[in-house]
Write a protein that binds this ligand. Sequence first.
Ligand code: ATP
Length: 234
Amino acid sequence: MLDVRDLDLFYGDAQALDGVSLQVAEGEVVAIIGANGAGKTSLIRAIAGMKKPARGTITFDGHDITGRVSSIICDLGVAQVAEGRQIFPSMSVAENLEMGAVLPRARTKRKETLERCYEMFPKLKVRSDQAAGTLSGGEQQMLAIGRCLMGQPRLMMFDEPSLGLAPAVVGEMFKIIKELHAQGMTVILVEQNVSASLKLADRGYVLENGRVVLSGTGAGLLNDDGVRQAYLGL
Ligand code: ATP
């Protein structure tokens, strides 16, 4: 479904990605792990069309999306899940969700998708008329996921979804990603909680200094001595 080849990306003279290649098949959950500054966010931004790579190609469903504008990439079904903080605080929960379905493809199915969102996040239904800014941090993160789902994505990219959330909410977050996986959603997951993310992932890639240094199944990476030492503190 997604094929990234030989990607180089720079901020000025500083190289953030150096020949990165990775593939994601439909229905897979793929984890990207790496230390701070390894290039994980840059990779997601390049796929989402928010930062142009200097070299390499990104193909989604046979479409070359390299360097295309983010609205076109989004229209094809590639979505970056916003951080919980990026919701519209003074708008209601329901209005925030509806904002996710502005593209024509999503608008026609708005009612069904809204019901699906409320099934997945019953708390959002209870609070549908409440201003989004009054939700807890965890609920705001759920709202951000719900809003993303309203756009009918085919590939969802999560960048540190558990950042700043209470431990109980982090568990809920992983449960939701698991549920999305079970429903056939394709997911790229960048998560500081390496152990939980590799347990959930079908496959993973390890980034170091902008390069892919290792890849394998989630279980394989969890058992890899280098990964255990560098990222799991074992
Ligand atoms: P983190 O976990 O800390 O978010 P990351 O793996 O997501 O790290 P990136 O944010 O992609 O890493 O950063 C990769 C490199 O690019 C780093 O050296 C970083 O300092 C640099 N970088 C990222 N964003 C910018 C920017 N807007 N301007 C200049 N340099 C940047």
